[in-house]
Design a protein around this ligand. Structure first.
Ligand SMILES: [Zn+2]
Length: 482
């Protein structure tokens, strides 16, 4: 193999990374990467275990003098997100990635690079292969299906894991150490409704072009939820006229803040003027309170018509508006120890009308389990009050901040010693594999770190070569600590 990365440091890490890039390894297609890892373990006489999902665990004994130090787990995921530029010919099931170095950054030609999280795979291999390093016993875990719901970390059998410290290598900024993540649970409400056919005046209320965003990482930003804005406007109109919902159509992803929502309502001709006056005012008022982000492309408008429609009863409409307005949404609590961190939140991400029901989907997140339970309770209460069925799915645990974390202290001390500056200690309000591992192995003390990456999950994904070196040297120095 001709290596594009020849001559760059750290040589072993980059060579393993380039070898991995030659093996297709999108989510659910990790068998080839697992074969590569198992062959590597055999070649280096290292004990390993591979499960049916293709998670791979490779063990390496402690070096001399480190036999009594706590076992350390290094961990990253083998799967990558497969995205390419529209004009790029590339088969992610067959073709190797082609790598390009530009101004000190590494990227792939027209596709995602899979630096997230192939660079972790390469770093662990380089550490396992290097007999000159000092370290305690190592458990290197290569998980699968991280990008599609943390599947590998959730399905792995941890019963023989001895590690006390976990260095997860799946973060995207050098000099930052993540010490807490959120767990989550999806809640789906299903409110049966009855339709009646009538001749009526109708209005279509449309909220569109809001900024939206990730329902965890961006939930604290000043961004409107299109479902909530429509819900608020309809509730205000309902206070002056008996309206009926004809249809509701909003977002369809629980983990995205909805950008668009359209509602059609029906009402009696007697109320036409009052409803129009109220709605026109509400549109203007809601526009005036949109955040700067939302105002850039956001629109809130109403249009009017009349005709024969199938509309929900006034009672069903009232119940739906109760759910749209009174369920928890956005930030629910902030963290006391890390004042910038959202501790718990809820996002009403899904809203649609079906044949005989309205479906409303939420994603609740919390770093502290009891906060997630509180949101679940509120949602269940609302469902009960407004006659909806509620079901839960996709639950995963969070990882609460531990101010006494040995792993965090070690990272901060080593980083300051090596690089002469203090790293940032942060938490994220989204899911990480660390949460699942901490849940499975309660004694584990995790941190998450990684090199500088940009635009992950896009064809512009890139990784700064020199930050790979810094992170690698930091990890090696952390392993040598006692
Ligand atoms: Zn990742």
């Amino acid at each position: 193999m001709d290596f594009v990365l020849n001559g760059y440091q750290p040589a072993d890490v980059l060579r393993y990374f380039e070898q991995l890039c030659a093996i297709p390894h999108g989510s659910y297609n990790e068998a080839g990467a697992a074969d590569f890892l198992c062959a590597f373990a055999e070649e280096h006489n290292l004990a390993y275990r591979r499960d049916d999902m293709h998670n791979v665990l490779i063990r390496k004994p402690a070096t001399e003098g480190y036999e009594n130090e706590p076992v350390v787990m290094l961990q990253g995921h083998t799967d990558m997100v497969c995205v390419k530029r529209a004009d790029k010919e590339h088969d992610f099931l067959r073709d190797p990635l082609s790598l390009i170095v530009e101004d000190g950054w590494l990227r792939a030609d027209g596709t995602t690079l899979g630096g997230d999280d192939g660079i972790a795979v390469a770093m662990m291999m380089a550490i396992l292969a290097d007999d000159s390093l000092a370290h305690p016993e190592l458990e290197c875990l290569f998980t699968v299906q991280e990008e599609v719901g943390l599947g590998g970390a959730g399905g792995f059998d941890y019963s023989d894991i001895k590690a006390k410290l976990l260095y997860n290598l799946d973060s995207e900024e050098d000099g930052v150490c993540t010490v807490s993540c959120a767990g989550g649970v999806r809640a789906d409400m299903h409110r049966p409704v009855t339709y009646e056919t009538l001749d009526a005046m109708t209005a279509e209320i449309r909220v569109s072009g809001l900024k939206g965003g990730h329902s965890g990482a961006e939930i604290h930003m000043p961004r409107g939820n299109a479902h909530r804005i429509v819900g608020h406007m309809l509730a205000a109109v309902q206070a002056i006229a008996p309206i009926r919902i004809v249809s509701l159509a909003g977002g369809n992803m629980d983990n995205a803040i909805p950008r668009d929502c359209t509602a059609v309502i029906a009402y009696h001709a007697d109320c036409a003027d009052a409803v129009k006056t109220a709605l026109d005012t509400l549109c203007a008022e809601q526009m005036s309170v949109l955040s700067r982000d939302d105002r850039a492309e956001g629109k809130i408008c109403a249009s009017y018509d009349s005709g024969t429609v199938r509309a929900m009863t006034v009672e069903d409409t009232r119940a739906i508006l109760g759910i749209l307005n009174l369920t928890p949404n956005g930030i629910v609590t902030m963290c006391e120890d890390m004042p910038e961190l959202v501790e718990s939140s809820c996002n009403m991400g899904i809203l649609c009308t079906e044949e005989d029901a309205v479906k409303i989907g939420f994603l609740a997140r919390a770093s502290v389990e009891i906060r997630k339970e509180e949101i679940r309770t509120k949602l269940a209460l609302c469902a009960g009050i407004f006659g909806a069925e509620i079901s839960y799915s996709g639950e995963y645990p969070g990882w609460a901040y531990d101010r006494d974390s040995v792993a965090t202290k070690r990272y901060v001390a080593v980083y300051e010693r090596l690089w002469g500056q203090s790293p940032r200690v942060e938490a994220i309000h989204a899911g990480l594999e660390c949460g699942l591992m901490k849940h499975a192995v309660p004694d584990l003390d995790p941190i998450s770190i990684g090199p500088d990456m940009r635009d992950i999950h896009t064809p512009e994904e890139r990784i700064e070569l020199d930050s790979i070196r810094r992170v690698y040297e930091t990890v090696c120095a952390m392993l040598a600590e006692k």
